[in-house]
Design a protein around this ligand. Structure first.
Ligand SMILES: C[S@@+](CC[C@H](N)C(=O)[O-])C[C@H]1O[C@@H](n2cnc3c(N)ncnc32)[C@H](O)[C@@H]1O
Length: 505
């Protein structure tokens, strides 16, 4: 493998990053202008790791946007005079001081990528510039172990999960380039961002400066060490959860591997997070968990969470040990044609075999410290259908759980995104299957019988729940008590899942 040349350390410096931000702004260095500059097809190809279409589109252009695009989006050296022109305020000397570039002869070599990242949250649409380490394409080599990752698929997944409510104190554990800390800073009065990597923290601080965000405190250390004795209203983490064999010759990437055996890092996180949650405080993280011969993955996660906490764990996918090993060996840049692929695969499979791992689950974990006396929510489920706006749906689910503690609301209405599908056997009048379908959030499909379908259909916010059930008991000619015993838990579930909502007073 090619050795990675000595890399500069990012060096945050507020006045210089401000000057750089002014230059990026003046060049219109943002997602849409860049996408229009090289075209949609080239932009999509870049997302798949293909640089050539972008390079062709930029051929012969040396304006500021094209120069900065090649330098920091692609990570390609550029002529110094063109970079000087593109950075009238920060100058080449400025970005060298920031550790974002170095000069060799009359050429500026990028030392980092800077990519515009758009985001959408409750306050609207925005965009940040996010600096991170050069990727494999720019390095022309495998990633070093202390690589600082930019915004990836997992970062976006976590960002979409975060419940968008204002909080006083938030913690982003394992902040990396700082993306989650920036996001939560939009609705938290104070944010602490931690990482075991000084290099990552330097990027995170530089990114906060670059985007004019000043209320984040950066602390170095492992897991909860840097926040000993402190509590938070929100803890978010995209931790280094990738299960990695602890064998020699297996690369230990700081950005994805917490250095423990199997899924112990996720267990460790879940065992320690509760002590750092204020009453009502929520922790949200991504994780992997192993299913072992004697214990399904979700049961193992359940055993890591104290009974006094709300827990909502959503398994999104499950891979076989082989599928998992292949995924992460490829992610590290090693392909089946490379000499070390087979030995890495053996190391992963031996490691899994040692613990009798049958599958590896991936998903989302939410913990909440209930306010005193509340009933505890315990939900461990597999959700494989497409989902959207999960942050909002999770928030609504917690609110529904809290509301149900005092009983089913008197009057209910059907949520606007719910439709009903009826399936009939050919020639039959009565449906053999009735389904309620949720259009947004979890996108759940729930099979109901005619009594429950009749109940939901009558939830107009005018009739009370009691009136509707009494009318149904008459209609189906069944004892009211029996119908209520049968239907009540299913109505609760529909409220918890957000298909039925309390009617406005
Ligand atoms: C997958 S990256 C997540 C980065 C970023 N938060 C995001 O969502 O894109 C995991 C981060 O955890 C950090 N990390 C690794 N081990 C850690 C530990 N024991 N304690 C705290 N952070 C750790 C890594 O340096 C890396 O920045």
């Amino acid at each position: 493998m090619t050795a990675v040349p000595d890399r500069a350390q990012p060096r945050p410096d507020a006045p210089l990053t401000q000057a750089l931000a002014a230059d990026l702004d003046a060049a219109d260095f943002r997602s849409e202008p860049l996408r229009s500059l090289w075209g949609e097809e080239a932009d999509d190809a870049l997302g798949r790791g293909l640089q050539e279409p972008v390079l062709r589109a930029l051929h012969s252009r040396d304006d500021a946007l094209a120069t900065l695009g090649r330098l920091w989006v692609l990570g390609m050296p550029q002529p110094q005079d063109a970079v000087e022109r593109a950075l009238p305020k920060a100058g080449v000397a400025g970005v060298v001081t920031l550790g974002l570039a170095r000069v060799e002869g009359a050429t500026v070599h990028p030392q980092a990528l800077i990519r515009p990242q758009s985001f959408v949250d409750a306050d609207g649409v925005g965009e940040w510039w996010i600096a991170s380490d050069l990727d494999e394409a720019a390095l022309g080599a495998a990633l070093p172990a202390d690589h600082v990752l930019g915004v990836g698929g997992a970062s976006r997944t976590l960002a979409e999960l975060i419940i968008p409510v204002p909080v006083e104190r938030a913690l982003d554990l394992g902040t990396g380039c700082g993306i989650q800390a920036l996001l939560v800073s939009r609705h938290a009065a104070r944010v602490v961002a931690t990482d075991i990597s000084a290099r990552a923290l330097a990027y995170a601080e530089l990114n906060a400066q670059l985007n004019g965000v000043h209320d984040i405190e950066f602390r170095l250390g492992s897991l909860f060490e840097p926040v000993a004795g402190e509590t938070f209203d929100l803890i978010v983490s995209n931790p280094p959860f990738v299960i990695t064999p602890r064998a020699t010759d297996v690369p230990e990437y700081e950005y994805r591997d917490g250095g423990l055996v199997g899924d112990a890092l996720v267990e460790e996180f879940l065992r320690h997070a509760p002590a750092h949650l204020a009453p009502g405080g929520i922790a949200q993280l991504l994780g992997n968990w192993e299913s072992r011969a004697d214990a399904p993955g979700l049961d193992r996660v359940r055993s890591w969470v104290g009974d006094d906490l709300d827990a909502w764990v959503i398994q999104r996918e499950e891979l076989t040990p082989l599928g998992y090993a292949e995924l992460w060996i490829r992610d590290g840049g090693t392909l089946p044609r490379d000499a070390e692929f087979t030995s890495l695969l053996s190391a992963w499979l031996d490691d899994f075999a040692e613990r009798e791992v049958t599958a590896v689950g991936f998903g989302y974990i939410l913990l909440r410290r209930p306010v005193t006396g509340a009933t505890v929510l315990r939900r461990f489920e597999t959700v494989s259908q497409p989902v959207s706006n999960l942050g909002r749906a999770l928030g609504a689910g917690l609110a529904a759980h809290d509301a149900l503690a005092t009983g089913i609301p008197d009057r209910l209405v059907v949520a606007q995104d719910v439709t009903e599908a009826r399936h009939h056997m050919p020639g039959e009048d009565d449906p053999s299957v009735i389904e309620l379908r949720q259009g947004g959030g979890f996108g759940r499909t729930i099979g109901v019988d005619s009594a429950l379908a009749g109940f939901v259909g009558a939830c107009d916010g005018e009739l009370t729940v009691g009136q509707i059930v009494a009318a149904l008991a008459d209609l189906f000619d069944v004892p009211l008590a029996a119908l209520w015993a049968d239907i009540e838990p299913r109505i609760r579930q529909l409220v918890l899942d957000g298909l039925l909502l309390p009617a406005a007073e």
